[in-house]
Design a protein around this ligand. Structure first.
Ligand code: PEP
Ligand code: MG
Length: 756
């Protein structure tokens, strides 16, 4: 056997493969050449490439040294035989005596019985197994670590060929004996109900690497060193821009940074891959893939988070190596987008064309984050906490988002698609049945009326008043149009919008909430200092009081839009009475100004407040003297009451509003409002969940405000409920100290045939 240094050997092999890749031959022909080159380079009698196809089948796609008739005939399922084992474990395997391994599966059509040793590696792309590359020898040969490393590097080049060639076009995959594409499902949490099918679009564009194989390892190492320096610089700058000592999110970055700086092994592995003939970006990608393949089976949260860290670092490093603008995927988006992101702000969702945006998947997220609320406002089915969705989904994959069941089907098989079409039909029937409830009263079995209002934020939402038969708009989030704009809308623009909203309400009441910006509701055109805890930072009424020009313009626009009609205005995040007084004073100034300028006086001005900061609940007597109505914002209220971030996947569901503390708190508010006959409603997300709404009605709420899609289910619940029974039951739970009353309330609903 010719003896050359392993590194030189690897580079020589890669450069030969690169020539083949650049050739004009058909993809199958190039695969045939590749196996011949690898076999000769490895001095192996066999080299074979198996490709993972539909139905988790590994098909022999190219081979030298095996019987010709076995190509495209031999198929192994994942986990079957040694090849299947390599695929399922996503790890290399090298055996001097392969035939005595318990997993060895003999396939007579290949004629492989004469080969004793085997080395195989997974073909990985995006951290996913897409095939297996193997070499075999007649003698009992021990393969060295360097040889395995070379095989792994070679497998990367093959992964590119498989992904980019027509050889494995979607159509062909479908054509193979009617097999379907490999499909998987992921469970998550429901962010918004509904179902949709569409094409995957990654919110953060993946970096595409166009050049994998290099001629000059020294130059590539220099590029890597330079990129590492730049990355360090960029992270340092980020750290300098924030006060690290305060901890929180930025501290996480610092820790990741430190971990990276200490992880010499990670950089060493990248350098090793460069020595083996990859470009710097190819090497970063290879190590990213390897790390992913090794870590992905880990269930331990610590390891999984480290995997995220390594992914982030690799991504950052790649950004310094590749011209991202040139390398990012084609920006032309499909007409039926299923958007995939780790997390995103609500304004970012509005960057997408509403008509094309069909569904949303987030790896993180919780039901009360603003992006989820936005998804509900836009009525886009959405699922959160879809683990590894970014890795598992390729751009353009067919995706079914089943928001109702918090499930996602990736590359669904035909039978799933068919079932989905049936479900959609049934769902359409159910929605039609809700539509038929449009004109029936929202009344319990024992005759109590409950007003149902809508949460809205777009002009397009106004149509929902008509569709659902809702009693009005209980919360119009005025910040949404601001988020949807490229600059601050001036008074005239705002006034035109508010006027149309009032007109389209058909005389039903609309409660306009003044700007609630800040926190995660940032405006793209408004620079704001980063805060450690933005949800309880400079947001909502705090901004309005400190920068009154903003709210003055908005109030001016609202008064003008009313044109002598009724107007309801609500302030967000009021924490103490003096804030309400200040906001009210600004409003009075604007009313005077409108008067002086001969605008028609507002007919029945109602001024209320959100109750979403617990402190306000301890100033009720003073508040009730001032506010014409109160709307409980349970999303914020409970994040502050329980000290649990509504946007954090780790804690957002840790405490339940349907708990003794949650319900007692709300009950005390409602009793005080009732005593003074002050209208009170609840407009947080819990109002739209039938079981939660049932509990709210049980403790005394008679007005709820929710997303349009919740009106039907909540009205159905109300019409099947007897408040009398529920009251008795809630009384019996007075002394319960459990973490949550949810299960008990669910049992009550089932026992009393309440439709939840
Ligand atoms: C709330 O906090 O419950 C609420 C309705 O306001 P937002 O979700 O817009 O913060
Ligand atoms: Mg709020």
């Amino acid at each position: 056997m010719e003896r050359i240094s392993p590194v030189t050997g690897s580079r020589r092999l890669l450069s030969r493969l690169r020539d083949v890749m650049a050739g004009a031959e058909a993809s199958q022909e190039r695969l045939n050449q590749i196996v011949t080159i690898i076999a000769s380079d490895f001095v192996a009698e066999v080299c074979s490439i198996y490709v993972l196809r539909a139905g988790e089948v590994l098909e022999l796609f190219a081979a030298t040294g095996l019987a010709v008739q076995s190509i495209h005939t031999t198929r192994l399922s994942i986990g079957e035989g040694l090849i299947g084992r390599i695929a399922v474990q996503a790890r290399p395997l090298a055996l001097a005596d392969a035939q005595s391994h318990p997993d060895f599966a003999y396939r007579p059509e290949t004629g492989e019985e004469i080969y004793q040793s085997l080395a195989g590696v997974p073909i990985l792309r995006g951290g996913r197994v897409t095939g297996v590359l193997a070499v075999q020898n007649r003698t009992a040969r021990s393969y060295t670590e360097e040889e395995i490393e070379t095989l792994e590097t070679t497998a990367m080049v093959i992964a590119e060929l498989i992904a980019n060639s027509k050889l494995l076009s979607q159509e062909e995959l479908h054509a193979v004996e009617g097999l379907d594409l490999l499909s998987i499902s992921i469970d998550g949490i429901r962010l918004n109900g509904g179902m949709a099918i569409g094409e995957a679009v990654h919110h953060e564009k993946r970096i595409q690497i166009s050049k994998l194989v290099s001629d000059d390892p020294i130059a590539e190492q220099q590029r890597l060193d330079q990129a590492v320096i730049e990355m360090h610089g960029a992270i340092d700058q980020m750290l300098e821009a924030t006060d690290v000592a305060e901890g929180g999110e930025h501290k996480d970055i610092l820790e990741t940074y430190k971990m990276f700086a200490e992880d010499a092994g990670w950089l060493a592995r990248i350098s090793e891959a460069i020595k083996n003939g990859l470009t710097a970006e190819g090497a970063v990608d290879k190590v990213k893939n390897d790390t992913h393949a090794r870590f992905r089976k880990q269930t331990d949260r610590y390891f999984r988070e480290r995997l995220h860290d390594f992914d982030d670092l690799a991504h950052r490093l790649l950004q310094h190596l590749v011209d991202v603008n040139k390398a990012s995927e084609n920006s032309k988006l499909p007409k039926n987008i299923i958007l995939i992101a780790r997390n995103m702000g609500p304004a970012e969702l509005l960057d997408y064309d509403r008509a094309s945006l069909k569904g949303l998947l987030l790896e993180e997220g919780s039901a009360t984050t603003h992006v989820a609320i936005m998804a509900r406002a836009l009525d886009i089915p959405a699922v959160g906490r879809t683990e590894e969705a970014i890795e598992k989904i390729e751009p353009g994959d067919t995706i079914i988002v089943d928001g109702d069941n918090a499930k996602v089907h990736i590359r669904p098989a035909d039978n799933i698609k068919e079932a989905f079409v049936d479900i959609l039909a049934t769902r359409a029937e159910r929605i039609a049945s809700y539509a038929s409830l449009r004109n029936v009263p929202s009344q319990t079995k024992d005759g109590t009326s409950v007003e149902l209002h809508l949460n809205a934020g777009l002009l397009a939402d106004m149509q929902s008043i008509n569709d659902t038969g809702a009693d009005g708009i209980g919360l119009f989030r005025t910040e949404i149009p601001f988020m949807n704009s490229h600059n601050f809308p001036d008074v005239r623009r705002q006034s035109r919008l508010y006027e149309r909203i009032i007109e389209q309400s058909g005389g039903k009441p609309v409660i306009f909430r003044t700007l609630d910006v800040g926190g995660d509701k940032s405006l793209p055109y408004w620079e704001n200092d980063k805060e450690e805890n933005p949800a309880m930072g400079w947001r909502a009424i705090r901004v309005s009081i400190d920068r009154p020009a903003l709210i003055r313009n908005q109030l001016r626009a609202l008064i003008r839009a009313a044109q002598g009609r009724e107007l309801s205005i609500m302030f967000p995040m009021i924490t103490e009475i003096s804030e309400f007084d200040k906001a009210r004073k600004i409003l009075d100034l604007e009313l005077e100004r409108a008067n002086a300028n001969n605008y028609k006086p507002v007919k029945n001005l109602r001024v209320g407040t959100m109750l979403e900061v617990p402190a306000l609940a301890y100033q009720m007597p003073a508040l009730l003297k001032r506010a014409d109505f109160i709307s409980v914002g349970s999303n914020d209220l409970f994040q502050f009451l329980f000290a649990s971030d509504r946007g954090s996947p780790k804690v957002s569901d840790r405490f339940d509003p349907l708990s003794p503390a949650g319900l007692n708190f709300l009950k005390s508010i409602i009793e005080q409002c009732d005593a003074t006959k002050t209208p009170v409603s609840l407009c947080g997300e819990m109002a739209g969940r039938p079981l939660d709404a049932m509990a709210l009605i049980g403790i005394g709420f008679r007005t709820l405000s929710m997303a349009p899609s919740s009106i039907g289910p909540v009205k159905t619940m109300i019409r099947s409920l007897s408040i009398h029974d529920l009251r008795l039951y809630l009384n019996s739970l007075k002394d319960v100290t459990e973490h949550s009353l949810r299960e008990k309330l669910r049992e009550f609903a089932i026992d009393h045939s309440v439709i939840i």
